[in-house]
Design a protein. Sequence first.
Length: 315
Amino acid sequence: MGVTDYGITPAGSSYSYDAAEMGAYANISKFAIQSSSPGDCLDSRSNHCMTFQENTIATGIEIKNSPGEYWAQDVAEVAKDGSCASPCVSGDYSVTWLDNIWNFSGGGYHLVTADVQGNLTGGCSSSGVGKVGGDEYWYCVGPTDYGLTLPFSIWAMTGTGPNANAYYGGCTSSTDSCIQFWGAIFEGTSEPYYGWFDQVEFKAGKTGGGTPRFYVANATSPDGLPYDAEWVIAGPGGGAAATLGSAKVTLDSEYNTGAGSTMNSTGTWHHIKHAWSSGYDTAESVSNVLIQDDHGRRFIASASKGTENPRTSLW
């Protein structure tokens, strides 16, 4: 449940755009996790967790001269800690960053380890191609920040490019495609964490890194899932579910056109044009969340405890 752009207006007409970067914000002033699936929290000191997921499809990425489309997930897992020892703080919240990349090019979901290299920023405690039924997806766990108290905010940003601006680190090769994952936490006037925690590089081959961009349109990718941009509240990983006991959250989703196909800090940021109240691609679910537009603004949602919106809820 959250803010999702499907490239469809309330009147039913279609639009599309591509972007070098996707940015998303969650301002959390009230939040209680009633239940989640036991054992699914990355914060091992907690049995109550859920996620904020920025989910977008990157097109134009080449692996060994073959163009493909890849679903990138920049995820902040929020957990409520019970009795625990340092660095955990009893009764406070934690945020753990993670990312996934899935092959949406059609014909199966496999990523070959030799063709994908990640954790290039050194921010992940574990990394590599997933092992669920074979080499299927990229998975990387970033840092955990403990001792957070309400209110606090989360900022997720995902970038792509063949040779990103030096401000962002860039690929190790100027011809390879990259997807980079960034996160930040704001607690009052302090910023307990910020930075790029993972960078994934696709080995292009001889012809260069393609023209990687995030794409949103009223259409479907080769594997049949929509070209959407999601910023959603969901359950913890592995398709698990969560139920919220209370919530007062605002969600904001934006995109940056960048310069050409290169992620660039001088690009122009835009608010998404229209938002649906629920995402479609991710398998993790959440209940007891009501999503509404925030005072008529099409790019911001207000999340509170309540009955979930129907999938057709749009503003």
